[in-house]
Design a protein around this ligand. Structure first.
Ligand SMILES: NC(=O)c1ccc[n+]([C@@H]2O[C@H](COP(=O)([O-])OP(=O)(O)OC[C@H]3O[C@@H](n4cnc5c(N)ncnc54)[C@H](OP(=O)(O)O)[C@@H]3O)[C@@H](O)[C@H]2O)c1
Length: 318
């Protein structure tokens, strides 16, 4: 693995670059520059979503890099996610078309169901709330999945997958799916190692993408963790970083790619975007990987506890 464009094979024959740029919380006005810097630094995978509210600027930056001849569209792996308000099967294709229009693309490389819980559709609201509670729906992600499969048939997306799905939800989906999910994108880092989920996905040839790989430092949005932690300052991580003359962030990212797990660190800082790409020129030893696995605390940044009463809330059994 010598480059930021190193890939892993998906179960449908497509390849996913192991390193991608996260774009959540990357504000309009800066996200485009981040995408440009990432492509210049060798990233070929951009992780986005309708709910990040910045897809038009991401798309404009991608288009410019293609026009400049830095990359071709086919070099890139562009990901987006179906938001919870669009789980009704009839809303799936219109939602994808909205994303494709914003991105100025004719197809996506990967489209994910962002979260297994559906919400009611209220114009202009990502989290429709009434009396302090999210207006959830009873949409079943299995029905949503059938509409996702049609998008592959129509050539609008190369691969489909899910995000934040637990093992029983994956098993339920697999029992009816015509197209097996290519990817499950989940929170994964040494404080949340999820060994059973990693093992299950490996056994079913579902690739994992690790989100919040740095532990989402400094996050204020949707952060309901009662117990904030600084993974970048963990002593075990710091010692390994020192031994390899790398940064804590580079060790945390290498931890995934060395296990064939894609990862999507977010940054809008060009120096960090570059730093996060420099993870293909060193190798963690088995002892390093074992040490990183032993600091697991089952600590989840992305909990969405306001949804925990819903039958499809994915984190009650972990
Ligand atoms: N599917 C889902 O439900 C879901 C949920 C959460 C996230 N995601 C995806 O995963 C991506 C990453 O997750 P995340 O944004 O929560 O967290 P993250 O990537 O773990 O952390 C991002 C934070 O780390 C900082 N950072 C980046 N590189 C650094 C470095 N080398 N040294 C020190 N700090 C560094 C960034 O700051 P600056 O930007 O200021 O440099 C930013 O504040 C998201 O952007 C999104 O694309 C998906």
């Amino acid at each position: 693995m010598a480059a930021a464009s190193a890939t892993r094979l998906l179960n449908n024959g497509c390849r996913i670059p192991l390193l991608g740029l996260g774009t959540w919380k990357s504000d309009p006005g800066v996200v485009g520059k981040a995408v440009s810097a990432a492509i210049d630094a060798g990233y070929r995978h951009i992780d986005g979503a309708y709910s990040y509210m910045n897809e038009a600027e991401v798309g404009a930056a991608v288009k410019k890099k293609v026009e400049e001849g830095v990359v071709t569209r086919e070099d890139l792996f562009i990901v987006s996610k179906l938001w919870c308000t669009f789980h009704a099967p009839e809303d799936v294709k219109p939602s994808l078309m909205q994303t494709l229009t914003a991105l100025q693309l004719t197809y996506l490389d990967l489209y994910l169901i962002h979260f297994p819980v559906g919400f009611q559709k209220v114009l202009g609201e990502l989290f429709p709330m009434r009396k302090g509670r999210v207006l959830v729906s009873d949409a079943d992600y299995v029905d949503t999945w059938r509409a996702m499969e049609v998008l592959v048939d129509e050539g609008l997306v190369k691969s489909i997958g899910v995000s934040n799905f637990n093992i029983s939800q994956l098993e339920r989906l697999l029992s009816v799916a015509r197209i097996i999910p290519a990817v499950n994108q989940v929170e994964l880092h040494p404080y949340l190692t999820q060994p059973e989920l990693v093992e299950f996905c490996a056994s079913r040839d579902i690739a994992l993408t690790a989100f919040s790989p740095l532990g989402s430092p400094g996050r204020t949005v949707l952060n309901d963790s009662a117990d904030p932690k600084d993974l970048l300052k963990d002593p075990v991580v710091e010692v390994i970083a020192k031994n390899h003359r790398k940064s804590s962030a580079q060790v945390l990212l290498r931890f995934h790619v060395q296990r064939n797990i894609a990862t999507i660190p977010k940054s809008v800082t060009p120096a960090r975007i570059q730093e996060n790409a420099e993870i293909f020129d060193f190798e963690l030893m088995d002892e390093d990987l074992q040490s990183l696995l032993t600091i697991n605390k089952n600590w989840r940044v992305c909990q969405l506890t306001m949804l925990q009463d819903h039958q499809f809330y994915p984190f009650n059994d972990s």
